[in-house]
Design a protein around this ligand. Sequence first.
Ligand code: F6P
Length: 364
Amino acid sequence: MKRIAILTGGGDAPGLNAVIRSVVKSAVNQYNCEVMGVRDGFDGFLGDYGLFPLDQAAVRGILPRGGTILGSANRGNPFARKVIRAGKEVVEDVSQKIKDNIHDLKLDALIVVGGDGTLRIARELYPIGVPVIGVPKTIDNDIGGTERSFGFDTALNIATEAIDRLHSTAEAHHRVMVLELMGRNAGFITLSAGVAGGADVILIPEIPFTIEHINDKILHRTKRGTHFSIVAVAEGAMRKGGEIIVSRMGDDVYTPRLGGIAVRVADEITRLTKIESRVIVLGHLQRGGTPTAFDRELATRYGAAAVRLAAAGGFGRMVALQNGDIVDVSLEEALATPKRVDINSDSVLTARDLGISFGDGPTF
Ligand code: F6P
């Protein structure tokens, strides 16, 4: 193994720089292997200045930094890329160009750090001859085949702190605070932060809710003399029989942008209970800033494991955490079934035991 490249794709997550640093340090130290950084996800293979050498000096000091020194792109699917040709927007497949560039650059491996969208691209590139290795990244923690993707722990801690801070102001003003958290299809951040922060209502995509059950919980607290409530809602949560709330529609290339569920829920709470409510959308604060120690360590272990896997020729595979150990699984297996909150899991049962409402039935 003489030369490898690394790219970061999709939405950023705390710990990306820790993976990059780990890949560079272990490739150089253990294999005397050169590492190239690819700018802005797969887009870096399409421009003239998209790749640059990454040595130990280039990664010095980046371990605690959020974001990614490589840049990222979540609109850069090489199999379906929007370009303007003769003034018209067309969708093109540029995957062959990426393969040819990788061949011309004599890359022995391409380490792809990304969430399900980016890893799906890696899975498609592998059969056409691109030697990909995947590293699971997403604050949503919804990638299959691994217990954890890095970034989740940091987002969870930020969301928990937000709930802690909302308690005092909610109590002071006798209000309902509705906190919207990220979680497109999976409610892991909202569930864990809701339990860790002591939310009264937790709404996640896996458990459709009714406003009536949420209001019953809030009114029950009022009757007991507790005149405030905290509702933690994942952006992808939906009413029973309802639909996901989208702030910008998607198309065949762009995924829809979610957002707005907290406003809908808060409006209905105030309308029906007459209790004042406020909405807080935590948004990208969950993704920015320094990673927790857990995420830094996990990202570092993933980076080194990805280099070992590349040296062993384990292409088409993804490093993963299982029972505390770093293992590898095929990208096929990792992407076959996306990870979702198990509604019979201990975390959900614990929340229910404590009287936390999921808005799906009576809970007191
Ligand atoms: O996939 C991670 C995630 O944080 C989702 O929860 C959220 O819907 C999405 O990214 C938003 O990403 P962006 O604003 O970068 O399009």
